[in-house]
Design a protein around this ligand. Structure first.
Ligand SMILES: *Cc1c(COP(=O)(O)O)cnc(C)c1O
Length: 389
């Protein structure tokens, strides 16, 4: 049949991840042993208690109804976690909305707050879901560069006045993916002042809030004075609790904005499997125990990979958190050529920096999702590989 494809689809090109996967399969078929550092999908299983609760709840006949906008128990667990972790008070009934992974929340949120043609301030490079959401809303991205001299924090002072005036939404992600920048108190204060001045909603993506290596926890945006007036924070159980496949996340913050999102979502979906929500309560209530282990593991992985790459002459963005190494390689290849060469010649799968925006040219993103010994092995293969332009 000769069917019509909506013009909207032109804004949703095929992602590079499919091509990387195909190249990886081909390399494996050619006998290459694969070390996959591409997706940020945690390699460690969720805590045994979480899996126990999930399986027990799944056995109950009463677990299978629609949960609509989510269970009270889940919302109360999120509120307890915010109070313990960040001393932020959230009202379970009004200040939080659950989403089917943060991906779903990120893609739908701009639809609720932006008209076609409105500007959304986002970064280059950035996590790919932001542009998908901006496209779905028909809004326009204004890309803020992430520069070393500003510690990879978007420089709000460089945004032209007429752009700021037309912007509806500002999306931030700290610790960041793919660039592992960290939030600071003074930066978040600047964000709140900027948002108030120009009447812009702030969405802070805190997916890596528990991934830090030394010192203090990354700040919650909502702990910043005035943040509850201007915005929202989205967080997920995917990374911190190794629950990526269960698809559970939440957005917290300004209750008037949350009400708009609840209205939108009540038209889109009927909630998450109740057993998953109950397992998420267990996870959030034991967050400290789980994330302490996670943190030490990722800190030593980060040290190993960073040191190894630096010895090979790669320029690694310094970082104290996140799940990735963002590195500039010393070869005259485009980042796509580089990524596909490494798959073919070394069996090491990374993501070309350009997957996250034009500013990623010359960089690769390496996810810390393999044990230290495997990361060490990856470095050795990168040392031995012959790269020809
Ligand atoms: C992985 C990731 C997410 C989301 O994951 P979900 O599994 O959809 O919750 C959100 N933001 C960033 C920056 C991520 O890297």
């Amino acid at each position: 049949m000769n069917f019509h494809i909506a013009k909207t689809m032109q804004r949703f090109p095929n992602s590079i991840f499919g091509d990387l996967k195909a190249a990886t399969i081909e390399a494996a078929n050619n006998g290459q042993h694969i070390i996959d550092l591409s997706l940020g999908s945690p390699d460690m299983p969720p805590h045994e208690k979480i899996r126990h609760v999930l399986s027990e709840e799944a056995k109950k006949a009463s677990s299978y109804g629609y949960t609509l906008t989510g269970t009270q128990n889940f919302y109360e667990a999120v509120a307890r976690y915010y109070k313990r972790r960040s001393n932020v008070t959230l009202h379970a009934a009004t200040d939080i909305i659950q989403t089917i992974g943060s991906q779903e929340g990120l893609v739908h949120l701009p639809v609720a707050f932006c008209d076609p043609g409105d500007i959304v301030l986002t970064t280059n490079p950035a996590y790919v879901a932001y542009d998908a959401g901006i496209s779905l809303a028909g809004a326009t991205s204004y890309y803020m560069p992430l520069e070393k001299e500003y510690d990879y924090l978007p420089n709000l002072a460089a945004i032209p006045e007429e752009v700021a005036k037309k912007a509806r939404l500002l999306i931030l992600n700290l610790p960041g993916n793919p660039v592992p920048a960290m939030p600071t108190e003074s930066y978040f204060a600047e964000v709140v002042a900027f948002a108030k001045k120009y009447n812009i909603i702030v969405l802070h993506d805190a997916a890596y809030s528990e991934f830090y290596f030394e010192g203090d926890k990354p700040l919650s945006f909502l702990a910043t004075p005035g943040a509850m007036d201007v915005g929202l924070e989205i967080n997920s159980l995917s990374k911190s609790f190794s629950l990526a496949g269960t698809r559970i996340a939440y957005i917290a913050g300004n209750p008037h904005m949350i009400a708009v999102l609840k209205q939108l979502k009540s038209n889109l979906d009927f909630g998450i499997f109740e057993a998953i929500q109950t397992a998420a309560v267990t996870a959030l209530d034991m967050a400290e125990e789980i994330t302490d282990t996670l943190r030490t593991t990722f800190a030593s992985r980060h040290r190993t990979l960073m040191t190894g790459l630096e010895e090979l002459g790669w320029d690694v963005a310094p970082s104290n958190g996140g799940m990735f190494v963002w590195a500039k390689y010393p070869y005259p290849l485009s980042s796509e050529e580089m990524a596909f060469t490494l798959i073919r010649e070394a069996g090491v799968v990374t993501v070309p920096g350009t997957a996250f925006g034009t500013a990623g040219e010359g960089y690769l993103r390496l996810a810390l999702v393999q044990p230290e010994a495997t990361l060490q092995q990856a470095v050795e293969r990168l040392r031995d590989v012959t790269i020809t332009a």
